[in-house]
Every structure is written in structure tokens, then in C-alpha cells.
Design a protein around this ligand. Structure first.
Ligand code: FPP
Length: 284
């Protein structure tokens, strides 16, 4: 078969697969579609080992899976996708491994800024979530640039958790809330001193809403589903505050092996559990 025919056949195959996927999503959309999916990308190094690849290739394969899954999520109508891309604990890995992931991130973030990228194709707004000061400088700058460049996109939201752990997020939010409260108390004392007026209500109790308004994840609702690949059933310090009513799904597949069937299975399970999850959410 000559090259031209092969290309035509390849394109035909591609468009019929995408047509069937869209039909499948139309059927799935008859039930409730999750608004927010969160993923722990586990098993990249094991994938590389399994296929005798260099460790770095595991991460590269992981990035490709991430792109396909994001595409499926947005086609299905999921508005928010969160990923655990690098935890604060991951900085304790071998320096050359950390450097490899940072270089890969830099390369991929720069790719996101290109016009033909998935992010621009689907109108995705990107947030980098976490203690960004811990990132290598070029990655932090690229992350800030990507957040700014996509700030007018509003079809879907991608939250990339890097230099993130839940405990760090909670401590940060608690510290910020205390600082705000302290500043409010100070300013009310100053007003009282200068005006010698009526005492202002300076409630010095920190409320749940104060903490929540300082969480890094405040820009998104709580996840409906949390997926952790490679059969692990631990949360590993990811979104501990936000997942008390999320459906947890832990397929055996390593992250680079995750695909459409896992997404469909997760959504079907969510739809089955939906009445119960909704009831839990409405409880005060
Ligand atoms: C720009 C952007 C979002 C890039 C993301 C790139 C990417 C795939 C990062 C994954 C990093 C990571 C530490 C995954 C955990 O798997 P693991 O290495 O712990 O695998 P293991 O469980 O087999 O050891």
C-alpha cells in the first residue's frame, strides 16, 4: 500500500474512533457527569522498568497519558481536572531524577503556551497549585507565565499540583488566616485609639471559611472522583481536606497505561454512587 493510501486509512480510522468515543460520551451524559476529577499519577517508574525503558521515558509516557485523559475529560464535559504532578516529598528523590522531572515540566509547560496545544484547543485555564517557591526557578517562571497566558480561558480548568502536599496547604492556610485576623485586630485597635469611638466587633476566632479562603485549591470545587493508578489505595498527602466525599477509584493499571476504559468505569461508579454522595454533601 502506498503512503498516501496509508495516510487516508489512518485518518479514517482516527475519525471513526473519535466518533465512537463521542457517541459513548453522549450515552454517559444521560447520567450525572462529574464536575471535577483528580488524579494521582502513580507508577511511571514501574512502567519504565516493566518495559526496560530509561526512567525518564516512564515520565514521558505518563505525560502522553495525561494529555489523552484530559482530552477525554473535557470532551465528556468534566470542567475541572486536578493532577498530583510532584509532591514536596518527591524533592527528596535522587537529584538527577528531580532535575529530569523539572526539565520535562519546563518543556511541557512551554509546549502548553503554543497555539496548537491541547490547552488552547480546549480553552483550558491552567493553575499551578502548591508552594511554588520550592520549584526550580525556570519552572516557576514558566508556570507563572502559563497561568497568566491562560487566564482568559474559561471552558475548562486544569489544576497542576506541584511542590504540593495537603499538610503544607493546610498549614499555609492556617498561617494566612492568623495573619489576616491579627492585622484586622491591630487595625481596629488603631481606629479605636485614634477615634476613641465605639468598640468594633473584633471576633478573634478563626472560622472554617477563613481557612478555606486561603487554601491553594480554593479555585475549584471539591473533586467528585479521585483516581490513583497502580492499585495503590493511599492518598499520599493529596487533597486530604477536599476529598472527604469523593469517590475513590484505584485501577491496577500503571499511570502510563490508563485509558478511556478506566475513565468510563470511574464515571459509571460515580453515577451509581451519586445519590449517596449528594446526600453526604448536603449534610452540614
Ligand atoms: C507539565 C506536567 C504536568 C508534567 C507532568 C509530568 C509527569 C508525568 C510527572 C509525574 C511525576 C511523578 C513524581 C509521578 C509519580 O510516579 P512515580 O515516579 O512515583 O512512579 P512509581 O510509583 O512507579 O515509582
Amino acid at each position: 500500500m502506498d503512503g498516501k493510501r496509508k495516510t487516508i486509512l489512518f485518518k479514517l480510522f482516527g475519525s471513526s474512533v473519535s466518533f465512537m468515543r463521542r457517541c459513548l460520551f453522549s450515552v454517559l451524559s444521560v447520567g450525572p457527569v462529574p464536575n471535577h476529577l483528580a488524579f494521582i499519577l502513580d507508577g511511571n517508574r514501574r512502567y519504565a522498568k516493566k518495559w526496560n525503558l530509561g526512567e525518564g521515558m516512564g515520565y514521558r509516557a505518563g505525560f502522553l497519558s495525561l494529555m489523552s485523559l484530559m482530552k477525554y475529560c473535557y470532551e465528556l464535559g468534566v470542567k475541572y481536572v486536578s493532577i498530583y504532578a510532584f509532591s514536596i516529598d518527591n524533592f527528596r528523590r535522587r537529584p538527577e531524577e528531580v532535575q529530569y522531572v523539572m526539565d520535562l515540566m519546563l518543556e511541557k509547560i512551554e509546549g502548553m503556551l503554543k497555539e496548537e496545544s491541547l490547552v488552547n484547543q480546549y480553552g483550558v485555564r491552567v493553575y499551578f497549585i502548591g508552594n511554588l517557591k520550592l520549584l526550580h526557578e525556570p519552572v516557576r517562571l514558566a508556570a507563572e507565565k502559563a497561568m497568566k497566558a491562560t487566564s482568559n480561558n474559561n471552558n475548562s480548568i486544569l489544576l497542576i499540583c506541584v511542590a504540593y502536599t495537603s499538610t503544607d496547604e493546610i498549614v499555609h492556610a492556617a498561617q494566612q488566616s492568623c495573619e489576616d485576623k491579627w492585622a484586622a485586630i491591630q487595625s481596629s485597635v488603631n481606629i479605636k485609639d485614634s477615634q476613641d469611638g465605639e468598640e468594633k466587633d473584633t471576633n478573634d476566632v478563626i472560622k472554617l471559611s477563613d481557612i478555606e479562603s486561603h487554601m491553594y485549591m480554593r479555585v475549584a470545587p471539591d473533586p467528585d472522583i479521585l483516581v490513583r493508578t497502580s492499585g495503590e489505595t493511599r492518598l499520599s498527602n493529596f487533597l486530604l481536606w477536599q476529598t472527604s466525599n469523593s469517590l475513590l477509584y484505584s485501577p491496577k493499571a500503571l499511570w502510563p497505561e490508563i485509558g478511556l476504559r478506566h475513565l468510563v468505569w470511574a464515571v459509571l461508579n460515580f453515577q451509581r454512587a451519586h445519590p449517596y454522595l449528594e446526600k453526604r454533601r448536603k449534610q452540614p
